[in-house]
Design a protein around this ligand. Sequence first.
Ligand code: NAP
Length: 329
Amino acid sequence: MIVVLFMMPITLPKIRRKESVRELYDVVIVGAGAAGVSAAIYSSRRNLRTLVIDKFGVGGKLLEAGLIENYPGFTGILGPELAQLFEKHMTKFGAEFLVDEVVNINKFNGMFIVDLASGNSVKSRVVIYCGGAEHRKLNVPGEDKFLGRGVSYCATCDGFFFKDKIVGVVGGGDTAVSYALYLSDICKLVYLIHRRRAFRAEDILVEKLKEKDNVEFIIPYIVTEIRGEGKVESILVKNRENDAVMELKLDGLFIAIGYKPNINALLSLKPETFGAGYLKVDERMRTSVEGLYAAGDITGFEKQLVVAAAQGAIAALSAAEYVRHGKWK
Ligand code: NAP
């Protein structure tokens, strides 16, 4: 996953950085979100030599998540706090962690070669790919121009900068609605702009949002332009039923319209994909490439923390079997 960070750095967990990487591993795990962390725990507890690589840090989307209320054992915990617990847990049983970007993965003589942006490469018998998905863009005028100057994809990273100001949130899924809830506690006014009257988000979240006095639902509208002089000052929105256009004055716009799978590093391996480029996996998290497993958002299943963690565990247990017995199917 590529995390777009700007304005305010998040406090990251302390990372145990690995310096020498020209080594052979049983398992290399790409991505340290819930899927990767869970895979690392299961893999290292099976005594497999395990390396986790993430370009950013431990936690994946947790680092930009608000309050998590649906992960068993936690009735309410902030994403970055849970990420810190994940980091401690991930390395507890011997998994190593490297902060670097995986740029390409190839396979020679039954061994994966994982090339890193630093110029190093790592060899591994198995790869568990938990590369996640990145933010989708609206692709409207002003979106790129005002990135970091009012446009953001992460309310929990940047919401603080809009204290007592007016903001918009675009989208109708869990991310958009939970962003709007979070921002309603910080900002003077929050517009939730969604292209349909029905919401994809959990009903409980939408109901909570409707109770907020400082949230205005702008539906069914799409954003057609982001305007300003040096920073965001307003947006143009168009009604999808009658084409009426209006201008909303605001200081910030949070775009939460979903994600697209992050599979560039796998293109040389040509794994089978579906939909927008999600990796096809079977019930043991095996992809179409022998030795390559996948878990988490990249598999196109429900994008839930608990699902990613479960998939990571299955992938690691399957990988342990494969490393020990060499039998793929
Ligand atoms: P999502 O569920 O895919 O929702 C994306 C939303 O953006 C949809 O409402 C969609 O509208 C809208 N959208 C897409 N393209 C658009 C465009 N070009 N212009 C305007 N609107 C557009 O994405 P998400 O909310 O990021 O959630 C992703 C996954 O993470 C989901 O499975 C979600 O349940 C999960 N998640 C879970 C939690 C949690 O457990 N607490 C929190 C956040 C996310 P339509 O509805 O019309 O398609």
